[in-house]
Design a protein around this ligand. Structure first.
Ligand code: BGC
Length: 440
């Protein structure tokens, strides 16, 4: 099971690596291709446009050709995009290749958590899907390190090209993985699905799960018709809102623009800023382990509350510190600690638990499409925040900008309290949205 989850989590590694790597590479690409600011911004954000496109079609594809083959195709697209980026002779080829990479990220951000949650036994599902978020954070950290390693020679082609290795691992890994039993039931290959379930749980232990899966497939609605059902519509509302909230509470301002924020806080050299960013990346990675250990024990909602409270404090401190001119001497230290607190708290709460909940709240017939649409919301939110962050800092100032993100953490906590169901240890088929108030 761990092997299956780990191979699928390679999709997360590529997600993190390919979104994080550009922050360092852009400095050298701009120089080689003589990019003006507008083209620089576009070189950074084109990958997010690809993610939006990829996420939009991934669910339908996962329902047509299966979870396993969609991840296999994602691996191939990752590979092509990495090669294209590494050998791009001019900027247009590079932009197209980054768009292609984005499509692969979009695919895997929908299908990897979906696949993991569908093959996982209920009592460790949280840990295994959190492993996917852990892989995202390792990817981000590895990208910062790769950037750092190749920065002395400005070798951006290596920075972008190294992704071919995990891409191939994903392609060959998926060849040896089983298909999701839930998908096999969905397309009527019941004998195989049954065997797969027995393989996962051991013989004799699958009756209840099999019955619930078959019952959940009784609705014959296809495509968007599945959202005629009010409960499924509610799940979609919760999924999209939470996915957007994960982004508009500002995580990627720190992940993508960390060195710039340290610059605003008075850190002098670029090298010191990149070093500080590596510390933030390490905290992001390590704190995800907390979720892996706790999410199936204490539940999703308690972790979300604690995490959101910490994120609020981190952002609030950052806003407060930026608003105090007399703190200028210690500002960079305070900025570093508040950013670590913020990212660390995100890492065991809203980071992994969003992907987990998205893979849990939809009934099987609506799962592919529901995850696709919610993840699409996540990427659109990401694009908007990343695109306007520097403008917000310019127009509203740093205190104003970080205060807004802090307030949105409060909004998220209220939303979780009132709308999100606790899904700890429930069979995927018995999870019901619309029961949030019954859970703490
Ligand atoms: C988010 C990404 C973010 C990452 C940071 C993920 O859960 O979806 O946008 O960059 O966490 O670790």
């Amino acid at each position: 099971m761990l092997l299956v989850a780990s191979v699928a989590a390679l999709g997360g590694l590529l997600f993190g690596g390919d979104t994080g790597v550009i922050s360092g590479a852009i400095l050298f690409i701009s120089k080689d291709f003589h990019l003006d600011t507008r083209l620089q911004e576009f070189t950074i954000s084109v990958v997010l446009i690809g993610c939006i496109l990829g996420a939009a079609v991934a669910g339908t594809m996962a329902d047509r050709i299966g979870r396993r083959w969609t991840l296999f195709v994602a691996g191939i697209i990752f590979f092509v995009g990495a090669l294209g980026s590494a050998f791009a002779p001019e900027i247009v080829t590079l932009l197209v290749s980054r768009l292609v990479v984005g499509i692969a990220i979009g695919f895997s951000s929908v299908v990897a958590p979906l696949y993991i949650s569908e093959v996982a036994p209920a009592d460790v599902r949280g840990a295994l899907v959190s492993l996917y978020q852990f892989a995202i954070t390792i990817g981000i950290l590895a990208a910062y390190m790769v950037d750092y390693a190749f920065s002395s020679g400005g070798e951006w082609r290596w920075m972008l090209g190294l992704a071919v290795i995990p891409s191939l691992a994903l392609v060959f890994g998926m060849l040896g993985m089983p298909e999701s039993p839930r998908y096999l039931f969905k397309i009527g290959r019941n004998a195989e699905a049954h065997a797969e379930l027995e393989h996962i749980h051991g013989p004799g232990d699958v009756e209840r799960e099999e019955r619930s899966i078959l019952e959940s497939l009784a609705t014959k609605a296809a495509g968007f018709e599945v959202f005629r059902d009010p409960t499924t519509r509610l799940a979609l509302f919760i999924g999209i809102t939470l996915a957007v909230l994960q982004q508009i509470t500002g995580i990627n301002t720190v992940i993508y623009y960390g060195p710039q924020i340290f610059g605003f806080a008075g850190v002098g050299s670029a090298q010191a800023s990149i070093f500080a960013q590596t510390l933030v990346g390490t905290v992001n990675c390590l704190m995800t382990l907390v979720a892996i250990f706790l999410v199936d024990r204490v539940g999703r909602k308690p972790l979300l509350y604690v995490g959101l409270a910490g994120m609020f404090v981190g952002l609030g401190t950052l806003a407060y510190a930026f608003a105090q001119p007399h703190l200028s001497g210690s500002l960079s230290t305070i900025a570093l600690f508040s950013m670590m607190l913020y990212v660390g708290c995100f890492a065991f709460s809203l980071g992994p638990i969003l992907w987990l909940l998205l893979s849990e709240i939809f009934p099987l017939p609506a799962r592919g499409l529901g995850m696709s649409l919610s993840t699409l919301g996540n990427w659109v939110g990401n694009f908007v925040v990343s695109q306007f962050f520097l403008t917000m800092i310019h127009d509203l100032g740093s205190p104003g900008t970080f205060s807004i993100y802090a307030m949105l953490c409060v909004v998220t906590a209220i939303f979780v309290r009132t709308m999100v169901p606790e899904t700890k240890r429930e069979l995927l088929e018995t999870i019901r949205v619309g029961t949030a108030s019954a859970s703490p």
